[in-house]
Design a protein around this ligand. Sequence first.
Ligand SMILES: *Cc1c(COP(=O)(O)O)cnc(C)c1O
Length: 579
Amino acid sequence: MKRDRIYSQAQNYNDILEWLKTCFPSPFSDPIMDSYFVHTVSHFLDHVDSLKGVAPILGVEEKPQLGQNASAKAGEQTRSESVLDPGSAMDFPEQGSSVEHVTELLAGYLKGMNIWAHPNSQINVIPPSSIPSITAFIAAAIYNPNIIWDEYSALFAQAEIEAISMLSHLVGYDPGKSGGVFTFGGTGTIFYGCKVGLEKALEGRGSVEGIKEDVKIVASQSSHYSHLNVASWLGIGTRNLVLIPTNQQSEISLTDLEEYLRRAFEEGTRVAAILATMGTTDAFGIDDLGSIVRLRDRLTVEYELANPPHIHADSVIGWVWSVFRDYDFSENPLGFRPRTLRALLESVQRISSLAKADSFGVDFHKTGYAPYVSSAFVVSDRKDLALLSREPEKMPYLYQFGRYHPGIYTLESSRSGAGALAALANMRLLGKQGYRTLIGHVVEMAELLRQRLEEHRFIRVINEGNNGPVTLFRVYLDQMEAREVFSREMSDPGYREILLQHNEFNREIFQEIHQKSIRGEGVLLSWTDAFLCANYPYGPPIASLKSFIMSPWTDEKAVDTVVREVVEARASLKEKMGL
Ligand SMILES: *Cc1c(COP(=O)(O)O)cnc(C)c1O
């Protein structure tokens, strides 16, 4: 194709314009231009396909040095390194380029990307995206719906309402009363939850008058660090974020929570929101939301609180377990193994209290198998959204189609319709049955992994008692039973130095496995510097290897690979150490 030439020879802007029009999808029915578009996408896919090998990473031989490699250095990356990349300085180009050339250029940027669907990709809570959810993103990319209001987004606004309604139904909210919006990530859902709580605490004056006194947000020590962002950016201040201790299952301690709340209410301290984490990022700990709500209600009566704390469930990971609320666990029609069944049942017992929260968050780009970003904030009473409204008299909770103006109360102005449509696509594609299968499978594989790891006396699964797709484990050199070593690490201050040595040893194991996996052998795991801290004052952090299974392709063979890699890495390190 000689379109490049036409462009470079063009003198007059009209010539360039004519050429530029071929760079956009046609506004008119034009099968030739449509085929050109499809051809371009297919050309891109061909390029990326050529980057696939046996490794769970695209184009491993040419893996770039920045960004993707961060995990290889596990925590060694400094703050300035993550912000600056002086090597990538580029000038704004004078001349443009061709669609073909840019397509190849774009494909090149995929080098070094992890292939999340690969059976040996067990890195984090990042899913592969389903074809319909990708199509939803393409639809939004082509037609650019802006769900700031229905006028700019037509039925994309409807898709948002329908998706929120389905999520309400899923957890057991009354869809006639509930409401919600899609927003910029799980962090955004927490923003909304805390902002609603803040306005409740300040009786709706916060937006206009600002925050003039200390207002608290309460969460657990295992909660996601994005709460810090929220406290900071909402002007509440991170100092006012109260983190309650958690137990070894990463669940909030109810006695500590009660003690704190009583103290606060006695002193007349305002508590805007309590965040219950329903599925922690590192270990899949699930707070006892039902008890938290009962506690809040009890103390509200006892202390005669005019503005009780808003309870927001940070369920961005755990929400999808709600599909098991009506699974027949005794008949077990999907045929999960007993160990899987027990894990799913224990999780759903906690998750099924989601309907008791005043609001909750959903990340479809985590456990919903959709592209980034697709997050929903859902409130049990849509009138709560009016608290966020810039013009409350406009009654934003009027939800009749054709008068949908979420732009009155959303944090965003322009808001992409992609996330909502992708969420809708996956709920329609998968249904409860599909999600039960995907989630059931990843839990089954994680349970299998835990079982296989536990067969080795020198390995200790340290998020024992958690029932999700993530497994945290430590590997030891000693001949001593790993269980005993870990329990000493947790409790014995005299063992501090050894604990730190073990952290280092595990980091080396991680690196050994990681280096192999980017050569196409073995498995991609991840690493956490501080899963928890030893159980004594100023106890040091306990680091851990981490397997997060999300891929439908991860099978028993992939699970066995993890165990084999760990055993081999340990043996090779022992050899290097001359042991
Ligand atoms: C990932 C995560 C968040 C933040 O969500 P983003 O989509 O990354 O903004 C918040 N809470 C929990 C528990 C998470 O796992």
